[in-house]
Structures are given as structure tokens and as C-alpha cells.
Design a protein around this ligand. Structure first.
Ligand code: FES
Length: 103
């Protein structure tokens, strides 16, 4: 879906290792976690509690709250507002409670 404009230049960027739902991936350092998740096609990040609709980052500037994930055990972190860092453990909120019970 999202690809760097110049893939050769992207390959030369420093990277960090993060884990997405236990899967180790290397992503470009210095970027927001939300863009790394988009580039890794790790979507949806969660489902709405009311309708169960899938959600993904939208504004990428801390306004919409559509990018919530668990980071290093802390739930409901806005992934567009944190920078990727070495060893970051990310979990999508696919098991979040829905109205009327658990998923
Ligand atoms: S993408 Fe909108 S708050 Fe993160």
C-alpha cells in the first residue's frame, strides 16, 4: 500500500527491529510507529467496540485516535505519536472488548 518513493534510498536508511504481534520486522528508524505499521500492512489495528468495524491510522497527527495499539504492554497508545525504537513490542488491539462481550 505505502511504498518509499525511492526504494534504493530507503534501503540505506538506518533501521530498528520491532515486533508486531510477536513477528519481528526491521523498519526505518526515525519514523512514527503508525507509518511503520502501514508499511508492514499490519492492518487493521483494532475494531470498534460498537460495530466491530476495522480501524487504521487516518490523520497521522494525533487527532483521530484511529491508530491505537498496545506498545510495550501499555494499551491505547496513539501509534502516530510515538517513534519506532529498537525492541519495541507492538500488539494490535484485535482482542479488545466489544459491546455485549469479548471478541
Ligand atoms: S492516526 Fe489519527 S490519531 Fe493517530
Amino acid at each position: 500500500m505505502f511504498k518509499p518513493i525511492d526504494s534504493r534510498a530507503a534501503r540505506q536508511l538506518p533501521t530498528v527491529a520491532i515486533h508486531i504481534d510477536g513477528r519481528a520486522v526491521r523498519v526505518a528508524a526515525g519514523q512514527p510507529l503508525a507509518t511503520a505499521l502501514l508499511a508492514e500492512d499490519a492492518l487493521p489495528l483494532r475494531y470498534t467496540a460498537v460495530s466491530g468495524a476495522p480501524r487504521a491510522p487516518l490523520c497521522l497527527m494525533g487527532v483521530c485516535f484511529e491508530c491505537l495499539v498496545e506498545v510495550d504492554g501499555r494499551r491505547n497508545v496513539q501509534s502516530c505519536m510515538v517513534e519506532v525504537r529498537e525492541g519495541m513490542q507492538v500488539r494490535r488491539l484485535n482482542g479488545a472488548p466489544r459491546a455485549g462481550g469479548m471478541v
